[in-house]
Write a protein that binds this ligand. Structure first.
Ligand code: ATP
Ligand code: MG
Length: 267
């Protein structure tokens, strides 16, 4: 095999990643074998070899599919996200086999969504680099202290904060043409009195080939999540009105009449 689709775009050529895959899979197809979980040592070795970081300091978190590390590029703190190469018996039964190629796709997707959102002026961590299943991005926080998640801050001006989040999300939707798909109190960081949207690999592209019903479903779910979080501050807003504002700002030209084809029954 000559490498997956992502590999073609790797600045380091196929070598490093293919070699790693060969090492981990004993030369067999990645699909057919369980790939062990990566350790801090693996990550440190890879990130430095791939030129993504000069140091990897510590693991911050292990999420469902990715592990997050604080790293450095020379003296600058950066965030390193590793889509993990593992397959537990449970994962393979329930969700299918995780292959290296899939992990690379997720990293590539997250890089692209961050880049396009950043270029559209959304406050997201600027992506820095991506090789294989690794991505680096701007470190949001002070010194080596990561910024808190929305769930862990007490907002002085919750109304303004909600407006600011909706404003960022609207830019992401209208100008970068993505619905986030997993917007929550966990995936918004609060730093320098602004919201920073993170964790975007599952974002859905709102382009000419989009399924607008899917778009509306995801948009509604994201905004509903957000509004239910703000209830603790006694804030009530109208979900449908907000969704309508988003849709009035942007629907791909060819999909303008999507809801006339089959009556929209709501979600
Ligand atoms: N650029 C960043 N700067 C500072 N902290 C970050 C950054 N990116 C991620 N984090 C921290 O790491 C946590 C996990 O990141 P992220 O949500 O991207 O990964 P995840 O593995 O998909 O998490 P989950 O599965 O829990 O959603 C974030 O909630 C945040 O606390
Ligand atoms: Mg997350």
């Amino acid at each position: 095999m000559v490498g997956g689709p992502v590999e073609k775009f790797n600045p380091l050529k196929p070598s490093a990643i293919s070699q790693k895959r060969e090492r981990q899979t004993d030369g067999k197809w990645a699909k057919q074998v369980a790939i062990k979980e990566i350790t801090l040592e693996d990550v440190r070795h890879d990130a430095i070899e791939f030129g993504l970081a000069t140091e990897v300091l510590a693991q911050v978190k292990a999420g469902k599919e990715a592990s997050i590390f604080i790293a450095k590029w020379k003296e600058h703190p950066i965030m390193l996200k590793a889509y993990r190469l593992w397959r537990s018996a449970q994962a393979s039964n329930e969700r299918g086999v995780f292959t290296l190629a899939k992990m690379q796709m997720l990293a590539a997707k997250e890089y692209d969504v961050l880049k396009e959102s950043f270029q559209a002026g959304v406050t997201v961590p600027t992506p820095i680099g991506r090789v294989g299943n690794y991505i680096t991005m701007r470190f949001i926080g002070d010194g080596l202290d990561p910024a808190p998640q929305l769930k862990d801050v007490h907002l002085e001006n919750p109304n303004q904060a909600l407006d600011a989040i909706l404003e960022e999300y609207l830019k992401m939707y209208r100008d970068a043409n993505y619905v986030h798909g997993d917007l929550s109190k966990y995936n918004i960081l609060w730093w320098q009195n602004r919201p920073w949207i993170i964790d975007v690999p599952q974002a859905y592209t709102v382009g000419p080939w989009a399924n607008m019903k899917e778009v509306v479903f995801l948009l509604r779910r994201d905004i509903k999540n957000l509004l239910s979080y703000f209830k603790r501050y006694g804030i009530k807003r109208n979900l449908d009105e907000i969704v309508d504002v988003f849709l009035s700002e942007y629907v791909p030209e060819n999909l303008r009449h999507y809801d006339e084809v089959v009556p929209f029954r709501g979600v």
